[in-house]
Structures are given as structure tokens and as C-alpha cells.
Design a protein around this ligand. Sequence first.
Ligand SMILES: C[C@@H](C(=O)O)C(=O)SCCNC(=O)CCNC(=O)[C@H](O)C(C)(C)COP(=O)(O)OP(=O)(O)OC[C@H]1O[C@@H](n2cnc3c(N)ncnc32)[C@H](O)[C@@H]1OP(=O)(O)O
Ligand SMILES: [Co+2]
Length: 159
Amino acid sequence: MNFTKILPVICRNAVKSRTMSSHPLAGMLGKLNHVAIATPDLEKSSQFYKNLGAKVSDPVPQPEHGVYTVFVELPNSKIELLLPYGDKSPIQAFLTKNKDGGMHHICIEVKDIHKAMKEVKAKGVRTLGEKPKIGAHGKDVIFLHPKDCGGVLIELEQE
Ligand SMILES: C[C@@H](C(=O)O)C(=O)SCCNC(=O)CCNC(=O)[C@H](O)C(C)(C)COP(=O)(O)OP(=O)(O)OC[C@H]1O[C@@H](n2cnc3c(N)ncnc32)[C@H](O)[C@@H]1OP(=O)(O)O
Ligand SMILES: [Co+2]
């Protein structure tokens, strides 16, 4: 192989892939805070993770969000189990479509949620609501429309 010929190509491609951060959320994303699973049976889902030896919290009602949450602790992240709360829950339509439940959203931390909201909007990603709400961890959260995020509902949480 002729390295003097191929080296400039490798370098060009490396520069290109670093400058072509084309994903609308690239650069602003921090740690994965949780992966959320909607369930029609919170008790059963909690027991499933307890049986696997995980540390599982008690259910907490989140009236502002229309859900009950249970957190399953993992060494590097968390699983959030969600059950509808009240009759206007934002997860009800999802559960009607997915009777056994399923993966509902991912939650990624950001350094500055207000700046992140401006940045995503400038990139054509819709936020669900105009203002963050206090989330399950007592910090600001905002959701991004799944249709603008490759079919994934994304929650941003203030770090
Ligand atoms: C406590 C807090 C925390 O952790 O701090 C939480 O997590 S609260 C977690 C619960 N809160 C939230 O989820 C708040 C944000 N979510 C919402 O506002 C809603 O769930 C929407 C994402 C707008 C979806 O609402 P809804 O299901 O009523 O509308 P819809 O049936 O018309 O759905 C519109 C389109 O989005 C799709 N769609 C709906 N939910 C989806 C999901 N979770 N992931 C991916 N796609 C989803 C539907 O299939 C449909 O696509 P097609 O048209 O192709 O069929
Ligand atoms: Co969440």
C-alpha cells in the first residue's frame, strides 16, 4: 500500500467527519440520565427488576407530568418506569398502542437547558412546550418532538 498517497485521504476524511457534526443535537449533549419504559403494570415491572437484583425505588406520583415514576438504579445510569397518572397522561396514547408497554424516551443531561432549547429550535427541532418543567429529580426538563429526533422522544434535563 502506498501510504504517501493514502495519508492525505485519511486526514481529509478525519477532518470532514469532525466538522460534519450534522446531527441537530451534536455538541450539547451530556450524560445519559435515564431510559424510560412505559408499563401498564408498575408493580410487575418493578418486581421484574428487583428479581434481577437491582435497587428499585418506590413509586412516586408526578402530577405535573401525568405519570407515576419508579427508578431502577444501574451502575452507569437509570431506568425510569412510567405508569399513567390521571386521565390526561401524555403516555396514555403510547400505552394504548403498545399494550405491553415499551421503551418510551431517553433522557440526556445538558449544561444549560435554556441555551439547549434555543439551539435545538434553531436547528428545526420542536420542543414540547415553551418552558421547562421540574422533573423527577427536581431539575428542569423539556421534551423534544420524536418526529424531529429520528422517531425517539428525547427528554433534556438540566445537569
Ligand atoms: C417525570 C419526567 C422525568 O423523567 O423527569 C418524565 O419523564 S415524564 C414522561 C411523560 N411525559 C412526556 O412524555 C411528555 C412529552 N410527551 C408528549 O407530549 C407526548 O407523549 C407526545 C410525544 C407529543 C406524543 O403524544 P401522543 O402519543 O398523545 O400523540 P400521538 O399519538 O398523536 O403521537 C404523535 C406521533 O408521535 C409518535 N410517538 C408518540 N409517543 C412516542 C414516543 N414515546 N416515542 C416515539 N414516538 C412517539 C406517535 O406514534 C405518533 O406517530 P405517528 O403519527 O407516526 O403514529
Ligand atoms: Co423521564
